[in-house]
Design a protein around this ligand. Structure first.
Ligand SMILES: NC(=O)c1ccc[n+]([C@@H]2O[C@H](COP(=O)([O-])OP(=O)(O)OC[C@H]3O[C@@H](n4cnc5c(N)ncnc54)[C@H](O)[C@@H]3O)[C@@H](O)[C@H]2O)c1
Length: 254
């Protein structure tokens, strides 16, 4: 029996990286998946899932827009009839900013996607899941929501806020049958990390330094995060609410 049979998932930021891998993994476990992203390339990921025998559709969606959240949830219900799983995955690194000269606009942009986007997602699915009496929300935070990194204050603040938003939602919604948990990846080999290293003046040096900060001695691969997300979405995690699932090759164990 597939682990997500008869479930419907909405995954944000599913055009690339971790979101795309979560969509493929959930579809392989039997879920119908609505992939959303502001990048239309998400359609190609959905088409590939369908071609492989899965159930998937794509909707254009900017997670910082209240209106586009309403549209995305409506699309999911119209297409698949219910909504059991929300993966709040869309996020940006926002680039490197020294705190003393951090541009306010850049700060607000990072917060509007990484934090407001998660808040809006929770708000828009809460009523649907409460009416069903069940649901699982997985919020992509980061190790950088638990430990700091220089020149990444807004990213760290946004991901730390996602950790606490998750716990507040988990406590409030557990009586409704809705489980809310966060996942905290270490550095994973995705376009986000590749682009950041590519743009850095000393990218090779940074890569070596970052790899050496993971006791397992490598970056993670997207499947290792998708496995954790599928677990939290499934009934195997039926007693998990407000948990911080760290998947970081030991980065924060030190
Ligand atoms: N890769 C890592 O090392 C790592 C580590 C910890 C946490 N994370 C988090 O995991 C999530 C996914 O990261 P990734 O590495 O796959 O990044 P990625 O850049 O490969 O993919 C992110 C996706 O989000 C989409 N997106 C960005 N802004 C959006 C918006 N406003 N509305 C809708 N979609 C939007 C992008 O178009 C892209 O498809 C992010 O929240 C990230 O912060 C990543």
């Amino acid at each position: 029996m597939a682990r997500l049979a008869n479930k419907v998932a909405l995954i944000t930021g599913a055009a690339s990286g971790l979101g795309a891998e979560c969509a493929r993994a959930m579809a392989a476990e039997g879920a119908a998946v609505l992939l959303t992203d502001r990048d239309p390339a998400g359609q190609d990921v959905a088409d590939a899932i369908t071609a492989a025998g899965g159930r998937a559709a794509f909707a254009a969606h900017d997670v910082s827009s209240d209106q586009q959240w309403a549209d995305a949830v409506r699309t999911c219900l119209a297409r698949f009839g219910r909504l059991d799983i929300l993966v709040n995955n869309a996020g940006i690194s926002g680039g490197r900013h020294a705190l003393a000269d951090h541009d306010l606009e850049a700060w607000r942009q990072i917060m509007s996607i990484n934090l407001d986007g998660v808040f809006l997602g929770l708000r828009h699915v809460g009523g649907v899941m409460a009416a069903q009496g069940s649901g699982s929300v997985i919020n992509l935070s980061s190790i950088l929501g638990k430990v700091g990194l220089a020149n990444a204050a807004a990213y760290c603040a946004s991901k730390g806020a996602v950790l606490m938003l998750t716990k507040a939602a988990a406590v409030e919604w557990a009586p409704l049958g809705i489980r809310v948990n966060s996942v905290h990846p270490g550095f994973i080999d995705t376009p986000m990390v590749q682009n950041a290293l590519h743009q850095a003046e000393n990218g090779n040096e940074m890569r070596d330094l970052l790899i050496s900060a993971h006791p397992l001695g490598r970056f993670g691969v997207p499947r290792e995060i998708a496995d954790a997300v599928v677990f939290l979405a499934s009934d195997e995690a039926s007693f998990m609410a407000g948990a911080e699932l760290v998947v970081d090759g030991g980065y924060t164990a030190q």
